[in-house]
Ligand binder design. Sequence first.
Ligand code: ATP
Ligand code: MG
Length: 565
Amino acid sequence: MAIDNSVAEETAREAGLDFVRDIIRDDLDSGRRAGIVTRFPPEPNGYLHIGHAKSICLNFGVAEEFGGVCALRFDDTNPAKEEQEYIDAIMQDVRWLGFDWGERLFHASDYFEQLYDWAEHLIKAGDAYVDDQSQEAMRANRGTLTEPGTNSPYRDRSVEENLDLFRRMRAGEFENGARVLRAKIDMGSGNINLRDPVLYRIVNAPHPRTGTTWHIYPSYDFAHGQSDAIEGVTHSLCTLEFADHRPLYDWLIEKLPVPSRPRQIEFARLNLTHNVLSKRVLTALVRDGHVDGWDDPRMPTFAGLRRRGVPPEAIRAFVKAIGVSRADNLVDVAMLDHAIRDVLNRTALRRMAVLRPLKVVIENYPEGDGEDLEAVNNPEDPEAGTRPVHFGRELYVERDDFMEDPPKKFFRLAPGREVRLRYAYFITCREVVKDASGEVTELRCTYDPETRGGNNPPDGRKVKATLHWVSAARAVPAEVRLVDRLFLSASPDASNFAADINPDSQEVLTGAMIEPAAAAGNDDTPLQFERQGYFRRDRDSVPGKPVFVRTVGLRDSFAKAMAKG
Ligand code: ATP
Ligand code: MG
């Protein structure tokens, strides 16, 4: 039976549901399925990226919602490209996102023997043959979108000869690429995937799990559907590029004595602006040194997002917000930032950090004196309580918060100008000290003792700006890394991505000064540096010099754009 997903999708849209869940509900309600079994099937040839989060949330999500089960299945059919390092990282990442496969940890390699038997089954039924054509000849004979292919001269080999050659392929008698096993379908098909697709290749490489047992490995098309059938997968959810493979998926299920009949449903990949969600490209970024490893905070990998301080709840909320459809689309990365802020605004502890310090001396504050003022840890969460912040005669403020000759709309510090220091006092700039080159090195200010706590004075005087600051006596020096988008264009060209890398994708500030409470936190506590954004302490921290990575800035351009409409 041919399944037309587009009809189902339209129905689902009208009902306000996503089309995958709608199909599943319908399959259950109609009794076509008794339960739900799904799988997330990564190939362990790289690290997972945020695109995979969409697939993970969908597969594990529907299993959870419909009382079914979901497996983690490694599609480990190409030992030339796959590594244990990736297998371990993928398991860590799926758990981190918040999903659990329980006992259902599978590998396509678990089924190599069964798959091999089914390949012989096809040969014996006259549905598969060993082809000796060179790769070039095969490519040339495949035809094009508009022209049919040409039958291989080896297509009509006898069953006996095919079996003999295939067994010798298995035994390791031949060089890589010398022969392949192909399904015998139709070289004239309008669908290129049905033009005698390759089922087995000779790959003389050790496999992370099966060692040197095998010299031939099944293709994706041969392994995937049959693995689904072995596991009793009911709905095999994959991305749109496999839509044209569905007739082959169904052909193999039809031809083979498989224990169950899964149904393949395709959905649109996640594409994200200013990102390339492709393991090939991400691998190249790491390999060619454009980034500092798979967990570089600029990478859209789980490892990178985690190191940047993105909470898994935010990724799940983001995936939920973008929905599941069959139409290809490009999601604004601002939507992800929005989801991250939404979580961190509720959870992050507020701290004061001066990223580019400018010294302030409070001339009327007694030398050697100091006091503790009370600062709120999280205005969104009263339970988070307060902390003391130290105030004294010498402070740091943000260099950007001072202008000697300010334009009209600049309300922060300037000669003669009064501002509020958050939680502390009103201060007025009295004098600007410069070095020989004319650079401002220090501001001499006075404070108003009647504004303690940052409150308005009894005379009702008001100020237009509130600045963050840190006490020079207690400040801890820190390094702060401001991470920005990795690619300049919204939709980078994957074939020429290197030319599009943002040269300013990471600004490293080595001279930041932070309040001691920010330095004391443990690695996983998300922090908001007031007026600067959300930050996470990085593993590059050393004693006495913490390093912070900015997870996301405070400004929400997405919410603004939404409000404008
Ligand atoms: P890439 O294109 O990055 O190399 P892939 O598709 O080869 O990724 P797999 O390991 O085969 O990576 O992916 C595992 C599952 O995740 C597949 O079902 C695939 O369809 C899905 N997936 C991969 N990328 C995305 C994406 N951008 N959006 C949604 N699902 C994705
Ligand atoms: Mg793939």
